[in-house]
Design a binder for this molecule. Structure first.
Ligand SMILES: *[C@@H]1O[C@H](CO)[C@@H](O)[C@H](O)[C@H]1NC(C)=O
Length: 281
């Protein structure tokens, strides 16, 4: 009697552990690359159409739209403008189920350089569209020039065996963002050679093998810490996109994207929008 009770108990236990194990392994779902691609593509289709309609199938119930660090109805944002898109690059965060897309409309009637982070929930649907949209009056803005520089850079996928770890990529991005408030942060950045910065439309690169990203880094380390950082990290691109509040320039909405190659900083791209006003230091 005691034995069979024990057997039943063991059996129940086995069933319990099986039924526990199954949902655990399925709810901790892997990010679905197809869903990430579909959402990024739908977003771009919406931007080309100037309508939110193409997003309908990929949005979750409680999705949010944010533009230049402010929550907004998507219909009232930049998505309501039909833009001709001259450049687009989408990076994938397969740990946080998110994408970062950089895109440019160099059309002089409607110039934009935009970064968008799109985040997915466990149902794979989109729960956040977070946009930094730079245009006329944004920091060093000139979409045509930015396009020209972006197109001459090489952002090839990095072979698996040469990829840096996400913690490493993130730490470099954070150290860079910390330079405004921390006098020693720059010492921890693995500066590459060459390395080029594209800030708005200002390019530090001369196309030389010894191009450096160090000239012009902050010398005043008593500034604000660039808070509210949001990340999209793609090991296959060596990249991290960081959106934040750029307090020391008019509380601007800011996007910094970094690319590492072989553990060294290779590219920096920035977009900085000052609440519709002319950005000034
Ligand atoms: C400043 O940066 C250094 C080097 O990265 C780090 O060790 C230190 O903790 C930072 N200080 C603060 C106050 O964050």
């Amino acid at each position: 009697m005691a034995l069979s009770t024990l057997k039943i108990w063991a059996l129940l236990n086995a069933i319990a552990s099986v039924s526990l194990a199954v949902p655990l392994s399925t709810t901790k779902a892997e990010c679905d690359r197809t869903a990430l691609t579909e959402a990024a593509d739908a977003y771009i289709a919406a931007q080309i159409a100037g309508k939110v309609e193409p997003l309908k199938n990929i949005l979750g119930d409680a999705w949010k739209y944010q533009q230049n660090n402010k929550e907004l109805e998507a219909e009232k944002g930049v998505l309501s403008k039909a833009l001709k898109i001259d450049h687009r690059r989408t990076n994938y965060d397969m740990t946080d189920c998110a994408t970062y897309t950089e895109y440019i409309s160099a059309d002089s009637a409607n110039p934009y350089v935009i970064g968008v982070q799109i985040r997915h929930g466990e149902d794979k649907k989109v729960n956040m569209i977070d946009v930094i949209a730079s245009t006329t009056n944004s920091w060093l803005f000139d979409a045509k020039k930015t396009l020209q520089y972006v197109q001459q850079e090489k952002w090839d996928p990095i072979p698996k065996e040469k990829q840096d770890k996400r913690e490493v990529i993130k730490a470099v991005g954070d150290a860079y963002m910390d330079m405004w408030s921390n006098a020693t942060a720059h010492e921890t950045i693995p500066w590459g050679t060459p390395c080029t910065r594209l800030e708005g439309s200002a390019y530090t690169g001369k196309g030389k093998p010894d191009d450096s990203c160090k000239p012009g880094i902050p010398s005043n380390h008593n500034q604000a810490p660039n808070t509210h950082r949001r990340y999209v990290i793609d090991e296959s691109m060596g990249s991290v996109s960081i959106f934040c509040v750029w307090e020391h320039m008019m509380m601007a909405a800011d996007s910094h994207e970094f690319r590492l190659e072989g553990g060294k900083l290779r590219y920096v791209h920035t977009m900085t929008e000052c609440g519709g006003k002319q950005c000034k230091l």
